[in-house]
Design a protein around this ligand. Structure first.
Ligand SMILES: Nc1nc2c(c(=O)[nH]1)N[C@H]1C(S)=C(S)[C@@H](COP(=O)(O)OP(=O)(O)OC[C@H]3O[C@@H](n4cnc5c(=O)[nH]c(N)nc54)[C@H](O)[C@@H]3O)O[C@H]1N2
Ligand SMILES: Nc1nc2c(c(=O)[nH]1)N[C@H]1C(S)=C(S)[C@@H](COP(=O)(O)OP(=O)(O)OC[C@H]3O[C@@H](n4cnc5c(=O)[nH]c(N)nc54)[C@H](O)[C@@H]3O)O[C@H]1N2
Ligand SMILES: [Mo]
Length: 685
């Protein structure tokens, strides 16, 4: 008899879908969307529809491995858990004795998003007073700007967009990253409302919108300013809202005259008339909403751009009207559970050095004796394929005197550099809690099946390592179920007011919805919407340029429908559908370089040279090239992937990635590696 259990998707997506996992004996046989999850209503993505193919993928690591070849070569031999743990903790004790805890660095980002499994290694490394990774690889510039303007106020839950009368999809590949919003956009258009796309690369989304405005990467702040210039000039700004509910309106307004549409045309590449028309349409709408992705914020000016777009979203008073305002940050704004019970900062007796993840390559390469990292522990990230300056990371990882442990499910490009690889579980083989970051929902996922082979969860592994380090804290004696129970017994503000029925569901496993936020209860220090923020080095927003670079083409990243960062690369069918690592180019940019559609090309800048296959599209802004998703060396057959072309430079706010803020030149390649002939050589096998 098959059984069905409620669970939740653990991956880095705004929805954190509710799942129904069907098992037969000890095996997962199918995964479907949970129709009772009010946010996702049973709709799940193509990747999760056959999650069992990931769980039982042929390349999965099932036993601990010890390196037998050179670093990076991918040659390993099986070892027992006991031997692996003894070797790891033996080396760590030695490093701590000789150089102190700061010579060790834990590395994870968003491989698993559920709280305990994602963050539990912090407790272990806090106990060691290790160096700390500053985890700003995704949307921290956007988050810091949001905090400055509206503080802990929840933004629109995507379901509230049903009430909007104009939707601007601004730098988000909704089809890949927010599938539950696709039907909302469709219904809006059927009801005669307009959906406008503002994109650097509109290839994925253009056909789902009434109009596409292609913009030069990193210049969205200029567009927002010019739109506000027109709104102000035409008396379409909501004076009552801006004067009563916001601070700094007058000061900001006085800067607007210089930001004319003609000025913005030169910067953004969007004709001035088009900007005027957009402003009038925005001004005429009652409840316009901006659905803001993270793409436009991964720039040197990402914080400033976000502030300006937030201000625009409130400029006509839309925040005060149902469906109006801004969607794209946290719609709840307050914590669901007490994270400090997992990360245990109190275990630390010294602050420890901070290393920004975007500068990981530099940190690993550093050989200054008192700053040198001598051991890393990766559990829930794949920096070789996802972090900037891949060449520096590879050089760092190749150091013979760096002791690298990777807890993984597959032999990723990062795991290939490990001294010891430990086998990790999938979400269905572990228990946890998870708050969605893009919906008002929270869930509890209970283990569905026993781990395959000798795999262990992050929590169990951390506890085993802590014991072998002779840490006697009772914290490390708990099971993950006990820790989850403790978290649910100490709910935070985000779970306040849940019904008894919802609590019953949470306890037994499943996803619950919490009420939408009050969008005009501005939880900032001033209690107002902060157009001007005196606590920032740049209190009054203005147009700030991105970094750019000396090469003529801008390079941007588009999330792919068939992968999630480097997750799901184990799925041969999905990887094959996507094909070779393509570089989307505007035909004009390609033809002037003598490049034809499908040609092998090289893109280069001062960091590296990387090979792609050219793919023509008129839907990328001229002067821009774009790459969809993350690749690995198994797929491309090459050592370097697109992230070798990214600088580790940080954003203006939040010390975040600026991965979209790079310039390259592109030339035709030498060999004929046409896409048609491209074959998938391996898939983690
Ligand atoms: N070129 C390029 N670079 C990018 C991006 C891009 O679009 N293009 N996207 C960026 C963004 S937005 C993000 S958020 C980051 C994400 O960067 P990463 O966090 O590095 O994410 P993934 O590439 O998904 O790597 C996650 C790894 O975690 C492993 N994993 C999953 N679950 C578990 C678990 O329970 N335990 C353990 N031990 N491991 C687990 C998976 O097998 C996978 O190999 O990448 C960024 N980098
Ligand atoms: N299928 C799938 N789903 C995913 C992911 C995935 O890789 N695949 N990744 C997950 C993660 S980690 C995240 S953070 C979210 C991201 O979800 P989204 O917010 O949807 O995606 P982003 O990567 O933030 O934004 C990407 C869009 O920004 C555009 N863009 C880049 N620069 C600019 C610019 O200067 N201006 C404008 N207007 N547009 C620009 C790109 O062309 C791209 O279409 O999605 C999550 N969901
Ligand atoms: Mo992300």
């Amino acid at each position: 008899m098959n059984q069905i259990q409620r669970s939740m998707c653990p991956y880095d997506c705004p929805a954190s879908c509710g799942l129904l996992v069907e098992t037969h004996g000890t095996r997962v046989v199918s995964v479907k969307g949970d129709p009772e999850n009010e946010a996702t209503r049973g709709l799940i993505c193509n990747k999760m529809q056959h999650y069992e193919d990931s769980v039982y993928a042929p390349g999965r690591i099932l036993v601990p491995l010890k390196r037998t070849g050179k670093k990076g070569e991918g040659k390993f031999a099986p070892v027992s858990w006991d031997d692996a743990v003894e070797e790891i903790t033996g080396r760590w004790k030695e490093i701590i004795r000789e150089y102190g805890g700061e010579a060790l660095l834990p590395v994870y980002f968003s491989g698993v998003m559920s709280l305990v499994q994602r963050k539990c290694s912090d407790a272990l490394f806090n106990r060691m007073n290790a160096s700390q990774l500053v985890k700003t690889l995704c949307s921290t510039a956007k988050g810091a700007a949001y905090e400055s303007v509206v503080g802990k106020t929840g933004c629109l839950d995507p379901r509230e967009l049903e009430l909007s009368d104009l939707i601007l999809v601004w730098g988000s590949n909704v089809k890949a990253t927010r599938i539950h919003t696709m039907p909302v956009l469709k219904r809006a258009r059927e009801a005669g409302k307009r959906v406008i796309l503002i994109e650097a690369c509109g290839k994925a989304m253009s056909s789902y919108c009434d109009e596409t405005i292609l913009i030069r990467p990193g210049t969205d702040g200029a567009l927002a300013l010019a739109v506000m210039h027109v709104l102000e000039r035409e008396h379409l700004a909501d004076q009552a809202f801006l004067k009563d509910k916001a601070i700094g309106y007058e000061q900001f307004r006085d800067t607007l005259p210089e930001y004319t549409p003609q000025w913005a045309e030169k910067i953004t590449g969007i004709p001035a008339e088009r900007i005027e028309a957009l402003a009038r349409e925005f001004g005429a709408a009652k409840a316009p909403a901006i659905l803001f992705g993270t793409g436009a914020t991964r720039y040197g000016n990402g914080g400033m751009t976000t502030r300006l777009i937030l201000i625009l979203s409130a400029f006509t008073g839309a925040w005060g009207r149902p469906g109006g305002g801004y969607c794209g940050n946290n719609p709840v704004g307050r914590p669901f559970v007490d994270e400090s019970r997992v990360v245990r900062s109190d275990f630390r007796t010294r602050p420890g050095r901070s290393i920004n993840i975007n500068l990981l390559g530099q940190a690993l390469e550093c050989r200054e004796p008192d700053k040198m990292i001598r051991g890393i522990y990766v559990n829930g990230g794949n920096p070789v394929n996802t972090v900037a300056d891949q060449t520096a990371i590879l050089r760092g990882l190749a150091r013979e005197d760096l002791f690298t442990v990777v807890h993984e499910r597959f032999l990723t490009d990062t795991a290939k550099y490990a001294d010891i690889v430990l086998p990790a579980t999938f979400s269905v083989e572990q228990s946890d809690v998870l708050g969605a970051y893009g919906y008002c929902s929270f869930g509890h996922m209970r283990k569905v099946v026993e781990p395959a082979g000798e795999c262990r969860s992050n929590w169990n592994t951390v506890c085993i390592l802590a014991k072998a380090m002779e840490y006697e804290d009772a914290f490390f004696d708990q099971s993950e179920e006990e820790l989850v129970k403790e978290l649910l017994e100490h709910p935070q503000e985000g779970l306040a007011g849940l019904s008894d029925e919802a609590w019953a569901r949470l306890r037994e496993g499943g996803v619950v919805s919490v009420p939408y936020a009050d969008h005009t209860d501005f939880r900032t220090p001033s209690g107002k919407f902060q157009i001007v923020d005196e606590n920032l080095p740049e209190p009054v927003p203005y147009y700030k340029e991105a970094y750019g670079g000396r090469e003529p083409l801008r390079l941007v990243m588009v999330p792919d429908l068939r992968t999630l960062n480097s997750t799901f690369l184990e799925r041969g069918a999905l990887v094959e559908q996507r094909g070779a690592m393509k570089l989307m180019m505007h035909p004009k940019d390609a033809e002037s370089r003598g490049i034809k559609d499908g040609d092998p090309v090289s893109a280069f800048n001062e960091l590296a040279e990387v090979e792609f296959v050219a793919e023509f599209t008129e839907l990328v802004a001229p002067g821009t090239v774009a790459v969809s998703g993350v690749y690995s060396s198994d797929i491309t057959g090459k050592r370097l992937q697109v992230n070798a072309l990214h600088h580790g430079r940080l954003s203006d706010m939040g010390a975040a990635t600026t991965m979209n803020d790079n310039a390259v030149e592109v030339v035709g390649g030498k060999d004929s590696a046409l896409d048609k002939e491209w074959k998938i050589s391996y898939c983690y096998m």
